[in-house]
Design a protein. Structure first.
Length: 178
């Protein structure tokens, strides 16, 4: 396995609609493993292929990681590989959740999401699956599936909040370049 490069806002690939995967094969499984390793290395809970420069409809998530010790290291909880994920149902109820993103480093904001979703997808072996998720796990799924459609969490913010966040992002990048 190897770490993949992370693409950050405003890279154009983050705005493209990703292409569906035709077949789940060994090459795709290696890519999924690399995505998961990259996600863990960057302390993320989800990662979409466009975030590593690949226009494919695949995501990896682990909303059940556990903090291991004082160093802040995490150990895997329930990693999931989702190929061609699609939300097939969502609750009417919504929740407000503070989201961040590996492609918008050092920033976060409250985003309104559906409280529960049902997602249809192909698993690591290419088998058709469905998962129903609520609360945090539902938020992670919606966030990552948005990436596959070229949508970032900042697109769910008002123009004023988005502009303020992007100014903070610029300052964050300037302070981390030194």
């Amino acid at each position: 396995m190897s770490l993949l490069p992370l693409f950050e806002y405003p890279h154009p690939i983050l705005r493209q609609k990703a292409k569906p995967v035709e077949t789940v094969d060994e090459e795709l499984r290696r890519f999924l493993d690399d995505m998961l390793e990259t996600m863990y290395a960057d302390k993320g809970v989800g990662l979409a292929a466009p975030q590593v420069g690949v226009s494919k409809r695949v995501i990896v998530i682990d909303a059940h990681q556990h903090e291991e010790d004082e160093s802040g290291d995490f150990r895997p909880g329930q990693p999931m590989y989702l190929v061609n994920p699609e939300i097939v149902w969502h609750s009417e109820e919504t929740i407000l959740f503070c989201e961040g993103c590996l492609s918008v480093p050092g920033q976060n904001a409250d985003v309104e999401r559906f409280q529960s979703v049902r997602v249809k997808y192909l698993d690591y072996d290419g088998n058709s699956q469905e998962i129903e998720a609520s609360d945090y796990e539902a938020v992670v799924l919606q966030h990552e599936i948005d990436h596959l459609d070229g949508i970032l969490y900042i697109d769910h913010l008002s123009r004023l909040k988005r502009d303020m966040l992007l100014k903070k992002l610029k300052k964050y990048r300037e302070s981390h370049e030194k």
